[in-house]
Design a protein around this ligand. Structure first.
Ligand SMILES: C[S@@+](CC[C@H](N)C(=O)[O-])C[C@H]1O[C@@H](n2cnc3c(N)ncnc32)[C@H](O)[C@@H]1O
Length: 206
Protein backbone atom coordinates (compact mmCIF):
# COMPACT_ATOMS: atom_id res chain seq x y z
CA UNK A 1 0.00 0.00 0.00
CA UNK A 2 1.52 3.35 -0.99
CA UNK A 3 1.72 6.13 1.57
CA UNK A 4 1.39 9.88 1.28
CA UNK A 5 3.98 11.98 3.10
CA UNK A 6 3.74 15.74 3.71
CA UNK A 7 7.30 16.40 2.51
CA UNK A 8 9.81 15.09 -0.04
CA UNK A 9 11.32 12.46 2.24
CA UNK A 10 14.36 12.07 -0.02
CA UNK A 11 15.40 15.57 1.02
CA UNK A 12 15.65 14.56 4.69
CA UNK A 13 19.06 13.32 5.83
CA UNK A 14 18.84 9.90 7.42
CA UNK A 15 19.42 6.21 7.38
CA UNK A 16 16.10 4.58 6.60
CA UNK A 17 15.12 2.81 3.36
CA UNK A 18 11.74 3.85 1.96
CA UNK A 19 10.43 0.29 2.42
CA UNK A 20 11.39 0.45 6.11
CA UNK A 21 9.80 3.87 6.48
CA UNK A 22 6.57 2.68 4.88
CA UNK A 23 6.47 -0.31 7.23
CA UNK A 24 6.95 2.00 10.23
CA UNK A 25 4.17 4.24 8.93
CA UNK A 26 1.71 1.33 8.73
CA UNK A 27 2.77 0.00 12.15
CA UNK A 28 2.30 3.43 13.75
CA UNK A 29 -1.21 3.74 12.30
CA UNK A 30 -2.18 0.37 13.75
CA UNK A 31 -0.29 0.63 17.04
CA UNK A 32 -1.69 4.06 17.92
CA UNK A 33 -4.97 2.38 18.84
CA UNK A 34 -3.06 0.62 21.65
CA UNK A 35 -0.87 3.40 23.00
CA UNK A 36 1.62 6.12 22.13
CA UNK A 37 4.49 5.58 19.70
CA UNK A 38 8.09 6.17 20.77
CA UNK A 39 11.31 6.15 18.80
CA UNK A 40 14.87 6.16 20.08
CA UNK A 41 17.12 7.84 17.52
CA UNK A 42 15.45 10.57 15.47
CA UNK A 43 18.51 12.26 13.93
CA UNK A 44 17.09 14.69 11.35
CA UNK A 45 13.56 13.30 11.56
CA UNK A 46 13.26 10.87 8.66
CA UNK A 47 11.78 8.01 10.70
CA UNK A 48 9.86 10.54 12.81
CA UNK A 49 8.10 11.86 9.70
CA UNK A 50 7.08 8.37 8.59
CA UNK A 51 5.66 7.64 12.05
CA UNK A 52 4.15 11.06 12.80
CA UNK A 53 2.35 11.29 9.46
CA UNK A 54 0.53 8.08 10.44
CA UNK A 55 -0.15 9.50 13.93
CA UNK A 56 -1.72 12.53 12.26
CA UNK A 57 -4.19 10.29 10.43
CA UNK A 58 -5.34 8.44 13.56
CA UNK A 59 -4.87 11.11 16.23
CA UNK A 60 -1.85 9.40 17.74
CA UNK A 61 1.42 10.82 19.07
CA UNK A 62 5.10 9.97 18.76
CA UNK A 63 7.69 10.68 21.43
CA UNK A 64 10.99 11.26 19.62
CA UNK A 65 13.92 10.49 21.93
CA UNK A 66 17.38 11.68 20.87
CA UNK A 67 20.10 13.65 22.66
CA UNK A 68 20.95 14.92 19.17
CA UNK A 69 24.68 14.63 19.89
CA UNK A 70 25.11 11.84 17.37
CA UNK A 71 26.08 8.21 17.72
CA UNK A 72 29.65 6.97 17.65
CA UNK A 73 29.69 6.88 13.84
CA UNK A 74 28.53 10.52 13.54
CA UNK A 75 31.41 12.03 15.48
CA UNK A 76 34.16 14.03 13.71
CA UNK A 77 36.48 11.74 11.81
CA UNK A 78 33.99 8.85 11.78
CA UNK A 79 32.34 7.33 8.72
CA UNK A 80 28.96 9.08 8.96
CA UNK A 81 30.09 12.46 10.25
CA UNK A 82 28.18 15.34 8.65
CA UNK A 83 29.92 18.71 9.14
CA UNK A 84 26.62 20.53 8.48
CA UNK A 85 25.31 19.07 11.75
CA UNK A 86 28.32 20.11 13.81
CA UNK A 87 27.88 22.98 16.29
CA UNK A 88 31.24 24.79 16.05
CA UNK A 89 30.50 26.89 19.14
CA UNK A 90 29.74 23.91 21.40
CA UNK A 91 32.22 21.67 19.51
CA UNK A 92 29.50 19.00 19.52
CA UNK A 93 27.14 17.38 17.05
CA UNK A 94 23.69 18.93 17.05
CA UNK A 95 20.97 17.48 14.82
CA UNK A 96 18.13 19.08 16.81
CA UNK A 97 17.91 22.32 14.80
CA UNK A 98 17.59 20.36 11.57
CA UNK A 99 15.16 17.89 13.16
CA UNK A 100 12.95 20.72 14.38
CA UNK A 101 13.01 22.51 11.05
CA UNK A 102 12.07 19.31 9.21
CA UNK A 103 9.15 18.50 11.54
CA UNK A 104 7.90 22.05 11.16
CA UNK A 105 8.24 22.01 7.37
CA UNK A 106 6.28 18.75 7.32
CA UNK A 107 3.61 20.41 9.50
CA UNK A 108 3.80 17.57 12.00
CA UNK A 109 4.60 19.51 15.18
CA UNK A 110 1.25 18.62 16.77
CA UNK A 111 2.00 14.90 16.53
CA UNK A 112 5.63 14.87 17.70
CA UNK A 113 6.96 15.34 21.24
CA UNK A 114 10.75 15.71 21.02
CA UNK A 115 12.57 14.43 24.09
CA UNK A 116 16.07 15.87 23.81
CA UNK A 117 17.77 13.54 26.24
CA UNK A 118 19.63 10.28 26.30
CA UNK A 119 17.44 7.22 26.18
CA UNK A 120 18.21 6.19 29.77
CA UNK A 121 17.39 9.66 31.13
CA UNK A 122 14.15 9.94 29.16
CA UNK A 123 13.08 6.52 30.47
CA UNK A 124 13.79 7.28 34.12
CA UNK A 125 10.26 8.25 35.15
CA UNK A 126 8.45 6.87 32.12
CA UNK A 127 5.01 5.51 32.90
CA UNK A 128 3.05 5.73 29.65
CA UNK A 129 1.91 2.56 27.85
CA UNK A 130 3.36 2.30 24.34
CA UNK A 131 1.83 0.76 21.22
CA UNK A 132 5.05 1.01 19.19
CA UNK A 133 8.71 1.30 20.17
CA UNK A 134 11.18 1.87 17.34
CA UNK A 135 14.83 1.45 18.33
CA UNK A 136 17.41 3.17 16.11
CA UNK A 137 19.73 4.84 18.63
CA UNK A 138 23.35 4.06 19.49
CA UNK A 139 24.66 0.85 17.96
CA UNK A 140 27.15 -0.18 20.64
CA UNK A 141 26.03 -3.24 22.60
CA UNK A 142 25.70 -1.14 25.76
CA UNK A 143 23.52 1.49 24.03
CA UNK A 144 21.28 -1.05 22.31
CA UNK A 145 20.83 -3.07 25.52
CA UNK A 146 19.97 0.08 27.43
CA UNK A 147 17.36 1.01 24.83
CA UNK A 148 15.83 -2.47 24.92
CA UNK A 149 15.77 -2.65 28.73
CA UNK A 150 14.42 0.89 29.12
CA UNK A 151 11.60 0.74 26.59
CA UNK A 152 10.49 -2.80 25.67
CA UNK A 153 8.80 -3.26 29.04
CA UNK A 154 6.43 -0.36 28.32
CA UNK A 155 4.99 -1.99 25.18
CA UNK A 156 1.44 -3.19 25.77
CA UNK A 157 0.40 -6.73 24.73
CA UNK A 158 -0.34 -6.64 20.99
CA UNK A 159 1.99 -3.66 20.57
CA UNK A 160 5.11 -3.61 18.40
CA UNK A 161 8.86 -3.48 18.88
CA UNK A 162 10.70 -2.48 15.69
CA UNK A 163 14.49 -2.60 15.60
CA UNK A 164 16.56 -1.08 12.81
CA UNK A 165 19.81 -2.40 11.31
CA UNK A 166 19.32 -6.12 11.88
CA UNK A 167 22.24 -7.91 10.22
CA UNK A 168 22.26 -11.67 10.91
CA UNK A 169 25.56 -11.89 8.98
CA UNK A 170 28.30 -9.95 10.83
CA UNK A 171 29.90 -9.24 7.44
CA UNK A 172 26.95 -6.95 6.65
CA UNK A 173 27.01 -4.79 9.78
CA UNK A 174 27.25 -4.41 13.56
CA UNK A 175 25.61 -7.00 15.75
CA UNK A 176 24.15 -5.01 18.65
CA UNK A 177 20.68 -4.47 17.11
CA UNK A 178 20.57 -8.14 16.15
CA UNK A 179 21.60 -9.09 19.70
CA UNK A 180 18.65 -7.24 21.27
CA UNK A 181 16.34 -8.63 18.58
CA UNK A 182 17.41 -12.15 19.60
CA UNK A 183 17.07 -11.23 23.27
CA UNK A 184 13.49 -10.07 22.72
CA UNK A 185 12.58 -13.30 20.94
CA UNK A 186 14.33 -15.43 23.59
CA UNK A 187 12.39 -13.64 26.34
CA UNK A 188 9.21 -15.35 25.15
CA UNK A 189 7.44 -11.99 25.32
CA UNK A 190 7.75 -11.20 21.61
CA UNK A 191 7.06 -12.99 18.35
CA UNK A 192 8.43 -12.14 14.93
CA UNK A 193 5.95 -10.43 12.63
CA UNK A 194 8.23 -9.79 9.66
CA UNK A 195 11.54 -8.42 8.45
CA UNK A 196 11.44 -5.46 6.06
CA UNK A 197 14.96 -4.99 4.72
CA UNK A 198 16.94 -4.49 7.95
CA UNK A 199 13.89 -3.59 10.05
CA UNK A 200 12.90 -6.37 12.45
CA UNK A 201 9.26 -6.14 13.53
CA UNK A 202 8.18 -8.00 16.66
CA UNK A 203 4.83 -8.15 18.44
CA UNK A 204 4.44 -8.34 22.20
CA UNK A 205 2.46 -11.46 23.05
CA UNK A 206 2.47 -11.32 26.85
C1 LIG B 1 21.08 6.14 13.14
S1 LIG B 1 20.63 7.68 13.81
C2 LIG B 1 18.85 7.63 13.73
C3 LIG B 1 18.35 7.72 12.32
C4 LIG B 1 16.89 8.03 12.19
N1 LIG B 1 16.03 7.05 12.83
C5 LIG B 1 16.51 8.19 10.73
O1 LIG B 1 15.43 7.71 10.32
O2 LIG B 1 17.27 8.80 9.98
C6 LIG B 1 20.92 7.41 15.53
C7 LIG B 1 20.53 8.57 16.44
O3 LIG B 1 20.54 8.07 17.77
C8 LIG B 1 20.96 9.09 18.64
N2 LIG B 1 21.47 8.44 19.85
C9 LIG B 1 22.56 7.65 19.98
N3 LIG B 1 22.67 7.18 21.23
C10 LIG B 1 21.62 7.71 21.92
C11 LIG B 1 21.20 7.61 23.27
N4 LIG B 1 21.87 6.88 24.16
N5 LIG B 1 20.11 8.29 23.66
C12 LIG B 1 19.41 9.05 22.75
N6 LIG B 1 19.76 9.15 21.44
C13 LIG B 1 20.86 8.50 21.04
C14 LIG B 1 22.00 9.86 17.87
O4 LIG B 1 22.11 11.18 18.36
C15 LIG B 1 21.47 9.78 16.42
O5 LIG B 1 20.76 10.94 16.07
Amino acid sequence: MSIKLPIDIRAIKGFLASSEGAALHHLAAEASALGACLEVGSYCGKSTIYIASACKLVDGIVFAVDHHRGSEEHQPGEEYHDPELFDEHARLMDSFRTFRRNIRTAQLEDWVVPLVASSAIAARHWNTPLGLVFIDGGHSLEAAMTDYRCWARHIVPGGYLAIHDIFPDPADGGQAPYDIYKLALASGQFELVEMVDTLGILRRIC
